[in-house]
Design a protein around this ligand. Sequence first.
Ligand code: AMP
Ligand code: MG
Length: 188
Amino acid sequence: METKRSHYYLIVDLEATCCNNGTIPRHEMEIIEIGAVMLNRATWEIDSEFQQFIQPVRHPQLTAFCTELTSIQQQDVDQASRFPEVISNFKEWIYSSFPHYVFCSWGNYDKKQFIQDCAFHNVPYPFGSEHINIKEEFSEYLGVSKRYGMALALNELGIELKGTHHRGIDDARNIAAIYRQMKTQKPS
Ligand code: AMP
Ligand code: MG
């Protein structure tokens, strides 16, 4: 349930270790980038952004497939902090300036991945129970049952995909552009 106190939509997009040959099962995937934007629901501007890479510990060596998909390089994650430190920075960014937010993402993947990494590292899940699945809302907005990928949704709305697809921070900005349009314009 969304509350009146949520002045911001916190739009998060995660990238994670992955492969195309079964060597990294779903339950061993780990976050390698948190990209997030604070979308002001009064002005529809992005008031602040957060981006950090994370060093994975279960499969520390990125696969060629993962680097190809995300454009994230081995040195990006080698130089990064591990999950507990980054999640602490992330919480600091959120709660120092934006105590009234609601966690949003495209689909349920990002929420599940956070829950998995928090459990693995034994750190508390940083959000409340509230979560907006923008992918689901997008289908409702269009009045269809079909589920869209982010790139297809941008295309459907006539919004240009900016930056690099499958980079957390760029995906978060693009999802914010979709949500802004959904909330301020009727579907055509
Ligand atoms: P996305 O937000 O669409 O960039 O995807 C988030 C994460 O899901 C990626 O960093 C990958 O770990 C995983 N992922 C996305 N697409 C694929 C794919 N086609 N094959 C394997 N993993 C993927
Ligand atoms: Mg992404």
